[in-house]
Write a protein that binds this ligand. Structure first.
Ligand SMILES: [Zn+2]
Length: 545
């Protein structure tokens, strides 16, 4: 009798234990790897598909879950805001990273999204080390991960660009590492630690950056195989200093003297290879994924952006950069297989923004497009205000925003609303301007459709300007005829790849529209932790095994 009671009690307690555990994530991934490809537009997956290897992008698509319809939901679609939005699940309206550089009204000058003059460089050069996430106003998913377990999780950010490393890693990150163009070293700042870890110093001593600088950038395949791109020598590509035509081979050693030393490496696929090398060294040295709790690596590949700006998306240089990145990704995935096993790693891959074709190239195909000079537009606004309000009311025109001198308008008893509205009428009369919206309208209404919804979600009341301008499709903020840029609210800049892979992720794809700000809250729900504190994103329907 007693035996039966004991056995039945054991059964009951075992059952309730099993029942309880169905509701919590008992088998969390050991390592989260967030990969951001700088300037990767969604169609680059398909455009170069047949040239990709089996182990990189194709493996992520075949074995992972692909959200084919992932978009940015604010402007400007720049690197700083993009990285911040992926990891905070918020838009610039909340996380405050309204651009890479912006006019700071409180100090009357332009500031950089990651600068922090209270901290010092660790390795690298002095100026490139005064960096921290101090301007980011909300938490990242990495911050939340560390908050969930008394800071036991390790969170590390890596990118050639400081902002691509610092903003994703968040406020309480163990470290962020970026690349110094002057010295060729991986570096950090005293925000994170008092001394650079020995493994970083050792990596720098190996001279990997110097080795890549000694190479000649030859195309991976015969030039005739790049049928997805324009011919090598075309009028839409920018030149390296020291070259007279934008053609292969690009001899880095020969070009080094005419360019900013190691800065040249960033405009080649080898900048990404170096990032991959450093990331694998970091995972090993920091033993990421080898403790009881989940660790996180945020990894951004910046070279794609530098190459894209200089050569534009239809160049062999851009195509070759993606083919080489694909091979670097394959190497990284194989490394993770061996380090932890695929089931222990939860990985996502996306981009911080897309990119538009070179406007001259679009014009050659009879598609409307053009360039707007920021300085010319600034002067036009200044002149307009002088003419109509007899005063110099302009503080700045930057990131397609007009900043007005509020104190002067009060002093001259000029109505702010009147000035804002007059400027909208003026601005939309200019070639290449599609629409404009005022601070007053953004403060008083909630816009539910683009373009104003995207402008509103990029508008931070304390940091943003007074009139926000939206250029027409195909128009870019650039004075150059070659290369291209990004920043708009149109598909080419908002549509990015999003792939989830590893851990319990089931293979498949979805055409459902999801937003970039859904990534961080989705991660939070998968990990049973709180979403970042500024996040309004939704859980995306990610099927699990
Ligand atoms: Zn970028």
């Amino acid at each position: 009798m007693k035996k039966i009671i004991v056995i039945s009690l054991l059964c009951v307690s075992f059952q309730s234990y099993a029942l309880d555990n169905r509701f919590v994530s008992t088998n969390k991934p050991k390592l989260i790897v967030g990969i951001v490809i700088d300037q990767m537009r969604a169609d680059f997956i398909y455009k170069y598909w047949h040239k990709y290897s089996q182990g990189g992008f194709k493996r992520l698509v075949a074995e992972g879950f692909f959200f084919k319809n992932t978009h940015y939901n604010y402007v400007p679609t720049y690197t700083g805001p993009g990285h911040a939005s992926i990891y905070t699940g918020a838009t610039p309206a909340v996380h405050g990273i309204i651009a890479n550089h912006w006019f700071d009204k409180t100090v009357g000058k332009s500031v950089y999204c990651a600068d922090d003059f209270t901290v010092q460089a660790l390795a690298g050069s002095k100026k490139s080390g005064q960096m921290s996430p101090n301007k980011l106003l909300s938490t990242t998913i990495g911050d939340q991960l560390k908050l969930s377990n008394r800071q036991q999780s390790k969170v590390i950010g890596i990118a050639l660009k400081d902002r691509g490393a610092i903003l994703p890693a968040g406020h309480s990150a163990n470290a962020a590492y970026w690349f110094d163009s002057a010295t060729g070293e991986w570096m950090s700042s005293s925000y994170y630690m008092s001394q650079l870890p020995a493994w970083v110093a050792a990596f720098n001593r190996q001279g990997q950056a110097r080795n890549y600088m000694a190479t000649v950038w030859q195309p991976l395949l015969p030039l005739t195989a790049y049928s997805e791109s324009l011919t090598d020598d075309n009028a839409f590509e920018g030149l390296f200093n020291g070259e007279t035509r934008p053609v292969f081979p690009h001899d880095l050693a020969k070009l080094a003297a005419a360019n900013e030393s190691f800065g040249l490496l960033k405009i080649t696929p080898f900048g990404n290879s170096l990032t991959k090398d450093f990331a694998m060294a970091a995972i090993q040295a920091e033993k990421l994924g080898k403790q009881a709790v989940t660790d996180m690596l945020t990894l951004s590949f910046s070279a794609t952006d530098y190459v894209g700006h200089q050569f534009a998306p239809n160049s062999i240089e851009v195509e070759d950069t993606y083919l080489r990145l694909d091979r670097d990704l394959a190497e990284l995935l194989t490394f993770l297989d061996r380090w932890l096993g695929k089931d222990q790693v939860l990985l996502f891959l996306t981009a911080d923004h897309g990119v538009v074709e070179n406007p001259r190239y679009l014009n050659s195909l009879r598609i409307p497009a053009g360039n707007i000079s920021e300085s010319a537009l600034k002067q036009a606004v200044k002149d307009f205000l002088q003419q109509h309000f007899a005063a110099d009311l302009l503080l700045s025109y930057s990131n397609q925003q007009v900043f007005l001198n509020h104190a002067k308008m009060v002093e001259l008893k000029v109505s702010r609303v009147e000035v804002e509205n007059a400027l909208v009428d003026f601005l939309v009369s200019l070639p290449g301007v599609a629409s404009a919206v005022t601070r007053t309208a953004l403060n008083q209404s909630a816009f539910i459709t683009p373009p104003n919804r995207y402008l509103q979600q990029g508008f931070h009341p304390q940091r943003s300007g007074d009139v926000l301008v939206n250029y027409a499709p195909g128009w870019i903020d650039s004075e150059k005829n070659t290369g291209t840029t990004h920043g708009s609210l149109y598909n080419y800049d908002t549509h990015v790849p999003l792939l989830w892979y590893g851990w319990k992720v089931a293979a498949g794809q979805s055409f459902q529209a999801v937003e970039i700000t859904d990534i961080a809250p989705t991660l939070a729900l998968l990990l049973d932790i709180e979403a970042p504190n500024g996040s309004f994103g939704q859980f995306m329907p990610l099927p699990l095994k």
